[in-house]
Design a protein around this ligand. Sequence first.
Ligand SMILES: C[S@@+](CC[C@H](N)C(=O)[O-])C[C@H]1O[C@@H](n2cnc3c(N)ncnc32)[C@H](O)[C@@H]1O
Ligand SMILES: Nc1c(NC[C@H](O)[C@H](O)[C@H](O)CO)[nH]c(=O)[nH]c1=O
Ligand SMILES: N[C@@H](Cc1ccc(O)cc1)C(=O)O
Ligand code: SF4
Length: 446
Amino acid sequence: MVAAEPNAGGALEFEHRPTSDQHFENALAKARDGTRLAVADAIELLTTGSDSEGIDRERKEQVLEAADYRRAERVGREVTFVANLNNNVTTACNTGCLFCNFKDRSDQFLESSDVDHGGFTKTPARSREVVADAVERGIYEVTSVSGLHPALALDAEHREVLEASERGDLNYRSPDAYETDPGTYVEQIEAMSVDGVHVHSMTPEEAEHARRGTSWSYDKVYRRLVEAGLDSAPGTAAEILVDEVRDVICPGKIDTDGWLDAMEAAASVGLDITATIMYGHVENAAHRAVHLDRVRELQDRTGAITEFIPLSFVHQNTALYDYGLVEDGPSVHEDELMIAVSRLFFDNVDHIQASWVKYGDEQGLKLLNAGADDFMGTILSEEITKRAGGNFGEYRSFDQYVELVESIGRVPVERSTDYRTRRRIDGDPPHGPMLGPKADGTPLIE
Ligand SMILES: C[S@@+](CC[C@H](N)C(=O)[O-])C[C@H]1O[C@@H](n2cnc3c(N)ncnc32)[C@H](O)[C@@H]1O
Ligand SMILES: Nc1c(NC[C@H](O)[C@H](O)[C@H](O)CO)[nH]c(=O)[nH]c1=O
Ligand SMILES: N[C@@H](Cc1ccc(O)cc1)C(=O)O
Ligand code: SF4
């Protein structure tokens, strides 16, 4: 046995408790034979049995083995990755999520401020330069998620509504007040759409910011963004899709139903979406299990989720840690079980990602033998994890990818964001991307 989950509810009194009337052995049998798992089964598997404290090593290995078997059966031996760039537009954000150290309070960005905050805002022209440089080097996807800068509006029409509003509660301020103008979401998406690059952007929280002060539907917002060049939407801002947890860690964010509505709207206008869970803070295994169930139902309704991405909470520089609400992030055992149970629970999502920026190489490889089959992308730049205290780096070369994937006897495969195009990588190094319009096999990083 190993130590109990460090933050399993802690001092917080939650309605959802990590117990069930299912038995671990029954849940494992269901998982092995591919029967659709219930929330109670997921609780048993995530806790290796809710009737005893701590994680049982032998049972954990049984769960990981079942997940590895399911992965092989479902997607085979390929491990995929994408040649992408991460371009965060701004760190200005007043939402105040207690797990996030990416953000800087927006008044520090005012023309009149002389505070040195270390954050940044990019104009659409600057975003275009950054993306154009990376496209020239061979990337074909840009992921862009940002703080909810008060000057950001969906488009010119939205800006007019916000400028005219007498309401003081809209988290809006004219761009002229700031040192750097981020433009509108539409301008940013248009700017980042360089030479057919796939633009992966606009989380549900950003979509909400892009309609504040109006009665516009999420459909309308995503439709407008698709016109501007948006190709798919990231399912971050999910955190834990149970409101009693959101009330603690991100009280300023949209609630569970809001997140689900926004994702469903993105899917309804034809966008692929991803889904995430950020785990290992104040929540317990029951919350994780309910979260998986809500995402699985969303996928039953939409079929639009290309991959599920567990995001291991990085605790070091966060308010949750400073306030003593958590002592740590998730343990290695919790990370492994989160990946494995995601694979076993999702009979309707093909791909489970091991995010190297969160887990590092060594553990990332282990997770590829515990249910995961995707190893993220090259990203080239990273601020969210780094600012929270993570230290697994900011970029990856294709040569590194090939070496890592082959070291565990699997097949390295370059993929497009939507997984519809794939290329097996073999032959001698140096390796570089081949799938994008300007990708000619030249290594991104030498
Ligand atoms: C920083 S936000 C940026 C986009 C937008 N502001 C939003 O909240 O949707 C993107 C995601 O990063 C993840 N994140 C932030 N801080 C983190 C941390 N300390 N550890 C792990 N993931 C974190 C969260 O899942 C969050 O939804
Ligand atoms: N593209 C992926 C990323 N990109 C980096 C994120 O934007 C972010 O900085 C970080 O993950 C913070 O939560 N990250 C992934 O984990 N997976 C991706 O596919
Ligand atoms: N790119 C991934 C994961 C991700 C994106 C942004 C993040 O801040 C964190 C994770 C997605 O599609 O959702
Ligand atoms: S997670 Fe997003 S909304 Fe929350 S504080 Fe960070 S940047 Fe702002």
